[in-house]
Design a binder for this molecule. Structure first.
Ligand code: DOR
Ligand code: ZN
Length: 346
């Protein structure tokens, strides 16, 4: 008997598409399954102004395969010097959907990020007033804070004080990786939601280090202990409207990953929907897959769900997907969940 599930077409509320050759290669992988995606602005140089966002949007649209209905939802990269007038105009024009806060030094291409939240309070106040959502990479950066504690410390020392100071600001705590993150979001009754990646539902920190170092499982925030992964699974599969998919699919070429100083990022666009169907089925929650991938995100961002659908079929033979995709910059390894996948998008 074939098992089939049809859901509202999903959206990806956190995606890295890069630019140039990499954009050309990875965009079809997302556009094949997803209706829309929040596009991360951490290019080199970053997408800082409305003009930058418009130009990047046009490059993405030009790189789309023919007949693809995919819609990029643009973001601005918040810096200590962001102009609130430019930001507000971009939001009013519908050019941007959100603004991204990277603490300076937290992750890939975050050098131009915010050095102290105090520096951007006037911009955040403006965003709260106009209803523009803030996507946050929630990790502190101090060398004295252990990399596995950076998310929890950020919640206590930056996120919670910010929410108390500016409760009207609509926040997305991105790619949460800890039970602390889950619990904090669940304690909030308004203006806070979280995205969860596919890979953080599947790997814990052992996957990175046990049996030899596995650079393709290295991302930021880094995967944590098993009990954190289980908390993420519970949140994602619960149907709770405050949690939704943001894959954080972040391509780097294999030479840049498999290096003495490997880049952070997991590329999962190719097989994310197969992985998620597997995860939700394992947890007896296939009926909540649509809420996580297709309904909760639009509801939080205040937009309608996609009008078309996506169908997955379960087969006894494993799904055949490439272990890496070719780009003109070199190969990019696709996320390996560590087991065969059986749900295929049709
Ligand atoms: O692992 C990551 N990769 N985390 C981020 O926050 C950025 C991303 C990237 O751009 O490669
Ligand atoms: Zn990211």
């Amino acid at each position: 008997m074939t098992e089939t599930i049809t859901i509202t077409r999903p959206d990806d509320w956190h995606l890295h598409l890069r630019d140039d050759a990499m954009l050309q290669a990875v965009l079809p992988e997302t556009a094949r399954h997803f209706g829309r995606a929040i596009i991360m602005p951490n290019l080199v140089p970053p997408v800082v102004t409305a003009a930058d966002a418009a130009a990047y949007r046009d490059r993405i649209l030009a790189a789309l395969p023919k007949n693809a209905a995919f819609q990029p939802l643009m973001t601005l990269y918040l810096t200590d010097h962001t102009d609130p007038v430019d930001l507000a105009a971009a939001y009013a024009d519908g050019l941007i959907t959100a603004v991204k806060l990277y603490p300076a030094g937290a992750t890939t291409n975050s050098a131009f990020g915010v050095t102290d939240i105090k520096h951007v309070m006037p911009v955040l106040e403006k965003m709260a007033a106009i209803g523009c959502p803030l996507c946050i990479h929630g990790e502190v950066t101090g060398a004295d804070i252990d990399i596995f504690d950076r998310e929890a410390v950020f919640i206590d020392t930056v996120l919670d004080p910010l929410r108390r100071a500016l409760p009207e600001l609509k926040i997305i705590s991105e790619h949460i990786t800890t039970k602390n993150g889950v619990d904090y979001v669940m304690s909030a009754d308004q203006n806070l939601a979280a995205t969860i990646t596919t890979h953080h539902l599947i790997i814990n920190r052992n996957h990175i280090f046990v049996g030899g170092i596995k650079p393709h499982y290295f991302c930021l925030p880094i995967a944590k202990r098993e009990h954190h992964r289980l908390a993420l699974r519970k949140a994602a599969t619960s149907g709770d409207a405050r949690f939704f998919l943001g894959t954080d699919s972040a391509p780097h070429t294999d030479p840049n990953k498999e290096s003495a100083c490997g880049c952070a990022g997991v590329f999962s666009a190719t097989n994310t929907m197969s992985c998620l169907a597997h995860v939700f089925e394992q947890d007896g929650a296939l009926d909540q897959l649509e809420a996580f991938t297709s309904l909760n995100g639009p509801a939080y961002y205040g937009v309608a769900p996609n009008r078309d659908t996506l169908t997955l079929v379960k087969s006894t033979t494993p799904v055949d997907y490439p272990t890496s995709i070719e780009t003109r910059d070199g190969p990019v390894t696709v996320f390996d969940p560590g087991y065969p996948l059986h749900w295929r998008v049709v």
